[in-house]
Design a protein around this ligand. Structure first.
Ligand SMILES: Cc1cc2nc3c(=O)[nH]c(=O)nc-3n(C[C@H](O)[C@H](O)[C@H](O)COP(=O)(O)O)c2cc1C
Length: 192
């Protein structure tokens, strides 16, 4: 059910603050970690920020390769999201250890995670100061896809029928919130 997402809509995939899985690859080594801290920072071209701690193996691969992907996991793979955020790829290949099926991203050939509901391939924008001082990485989104069962027409569509595909919002200690209900708001007319 993967469908391309227009770059103009790519930032909407993380606008609501889901936990993401940062996947990376360099010179035959691949990895994936969880990140609760990511956000859009610019519209055109779409740019994102993600915090990748200095202790992580992911940081090494992103610095070496100049690219990373944000995969957006869902309720059905919450255990996997927590697991890849609790173990390091420096010790073992998490893809092999946890049976993660990757597929190659169309734009940057990054390992993307099957079972997620959206994918953003990003080229790192080198910002040595923020990377050193704050662990914050910036990336330009060069391709995006989403599962059409839950993201279509440039917006998320969460309902009871696709509950397993709802995104994860980290509350701490492996406890995630998921969207239970959505409301449609309207612009008010005002008094005069
Ligand atoms: C739900 C969750 C969210 C996390 N968010 C972040 C984050 O935003 N930034 C970060 O650097 N680490 C975050 N972590 C921790 C990393 O995922 C963790 O250090 C991981 O083991 C690093 O893997 P690596 O060494 O294979 O790159 C998070 C962990 C979990 C479980």
């Amino acid at each position: 059910m993967r469908q391309p997402v227009a770059l103009a809509h790519a930032c909407r995939l993380i606008n609501h603050g889901p936990t993401v899985l940062v996947s990376s690859e360099h010179d035959g080594q691949r990895n994936v970690m969880a990140a609760a801290w990511s956000m859009p920072v610019e519209f055109t071209p779409p740019r994102v920020a993600v915090v990748i701690d200095k202790s992580t193996f992911t940081r090494e691969l992103v610095l070496a390769s100049g690219r990373f992907a944000l995969n957006i996991p869902c309720r059905a793979i919450a255990d996997l999201a927590y697991t890849v955020g609790s173990t390091s790829g420096r010790d073992e290949d998490k893809f092999a250890r946890y049976g993660i099926a990757p597929f190659a991203g169309a734009a940057l050939a990054l390992p993307l995670i099957e079972g997620c509901v959206a994918w953003l391939e990003c080229r790192r924008i080198a910002e040595p100061h923020s990377e050193q001082a704050y662990d914050t990485f910036f990336g330009e989104v060069v391709a995006a896809e989403a599962d059409a069962r839950v993201f279509a027409g440039g917006r998320w569509a969460f309902d009871d029928g696709n509950a397993d595909l709802h995104t994860l919002h980290h509350l701490g200690g492996g406890n995630f919130g998921v969207v239970d209900a959505t409301i449609q708001s309207h612009v008010m007319k005002g008094r005069s």
